[in-house]
Ligand binder design. Structure first.
Ligand SMILES: Cc1cc2nc3c(=O)[nH]c(=O)nc-3n(C[C@H](O)[C@H](O)[C@H](O)COP(=O)(O)OP(=O)(O)OC[C@H]3O[C@@H](n4cnc5c(N)ncnc54)[C@H](O)[C@@H]3O)c2cc1C
Length: 323
């Protein structure tokens, strides 16, 4: 409208052509009103802040397993295909209201908050009816569970059962003066070597390119899967660098070796139960330039690959010097 058009005949004037303005315009039009939208910005910059929005909408819903509500709203094919593998708890009006209170530190307007919360799903459905396509925002929130897909994993080595191999305490007997720090260490994790540990191997004058150890937490752990994964990650620091020195027939305690971890990565592939025996099979693909790499795989007793570990350490050896 310009100053040359003073006689525009309309029932509703909406000022501003962003999301709010266009919603108001559509709603008015649906009620039968004649609507005029006035937008200050030039056409090439139309849309206001709504043009830049990521389009994330928070709504009350009954979760991925709910009674179709979410399924009806998200008509996007990719989301539909993923819904069976999607972890999404219901989000209630009470939770939404509490979040509004918390995030605004109690400053949200009660009446507007009630409309925002109670009409949230209706608004999304209404916008869908006007051509807006909805999908779950997988890029920002981790909704996907493992789901179905291709599966394989390397096989564990064929080894004796943990019950049939000696405890680490037995393997340390007689070596109290050689590796006193191992003898005196706390043992929240029970380890059972399936091969000679470094100090025994060294004593026998042998070499070993791998180290394979059964491990489990002492006692029963709570059911929380995060705790079991954390216990595995904690334990993964043990024995992973051993193969760097045992490959050369060397051992902590006997030989003067300086070792320090530089970096350590763990990939968890499957849920872990760490108060049951898991096998930690480690080896060292390379040592060069005073740095050595240890790699390891955790397997459960059924042979499933649970986790992969890579650790790099600075490993210095001073031949001729006594430990
Ligand atoms: C980068 C970015 C990402 C965002 N992501 C999200 C998100 O994921 N989810 C979410 O909910 N919100 C998000 N927001 C916020 C969201 O974009 C705004 O809250 C929302 O767009 C506001 O809509 P509106 O219609 O009120 O205002 P606008 O979209 O800003 O529209 C206002 C319009 O009014 C026009 N105007 C102003 N004054 C006059 C006047 N005097 N006469 C005529 N016209 C006038 C303006 O030019 C503009 O076009 C985001 C914002 C930004 C900038």
């Amino acid at each position: 409208m310009s100053e040359r058009d003073p006689d525009v005949d309309t029932d509703v004037v909406v000022v501003g052509g962003g999301n709010a303005g266009f919603c108001a315009a559509h709603a008015s039009r649906e009620s039968g009103a004649r609507v005029l939208v006035l937008e200050k910005g030039p056409p090439e910059e139309a849309g206001g802040n709504s043009f830049y929005t990521a389009g994330a909408f928070r709504i009350v819903h009954d979760g991925a397993d709910g009674e179709q509500r979410l399924r009806e709203l998200v008509d996007d094919k990719i989301t539909q295909d993923r819904l069976a593998d999607t972890v999404l708890e219901p989000y209630t009006a009470e939770q939404f209201t509490e979040d509004m209170q918390r995030l605004t530190e109690g400053h949200c307007d009660p009446a507007m908050t009630r409309i925002l919360v109670e009409d949230s799903a209706e608004i999304v459905a209404w916008l869908a009816g006007h051509g807006i396509r909805w999908r779950l925002m997988y890029e920002r929130q981790s909704y996907l569970s493992g789901g179905r897909g291709i599966e394989h994993g390397i096989e564990p080595p064929d080894l004796p059962d943990p019950e049939s191999v000696p405890s680490v305490d037995e393997l340390l007997r007689g070596y109290e003066d050689v590796v006193p720090h191992f003898v005196n260490a706390l043992r929240p994790i029970d380890w059972r070597y399936t091969n000679d540990p470094a100090w025994v191997m060294r004593d026998k004058g042998e070499k070993l390119t791998y180290n394979r150890v059964w491990m489990k937490a002492e006692g029963t752990m709570p059911d929380d899967p995060v705790l079991h994964a954390a216990a595995l990650v904690y334990s993964s620091d043990t024995t992973v660098l051993d193969s760097i020195i045992t490959t050369h027939g060397l051992s902590w305690g006997f030989d003067r070796i300086f070792a320090v971890t530089m970096n350590h990565s763990v990939w968890l592939h499957r849920p872990v139960r760490f108060d049951e025996w898991v096998l930690y099979s480690t080896s060292s693909p390379v040592a060069a330039d005073s740095r050595g790499l240890g790699t390891g795989h955790f397997f459960d007793r059924s042979g499933q690959l649970l986790a992969t570990v890579v650790q790099e350490g600075i490993v210095k050896y001073f031949p001729g010097a006594k430990a």
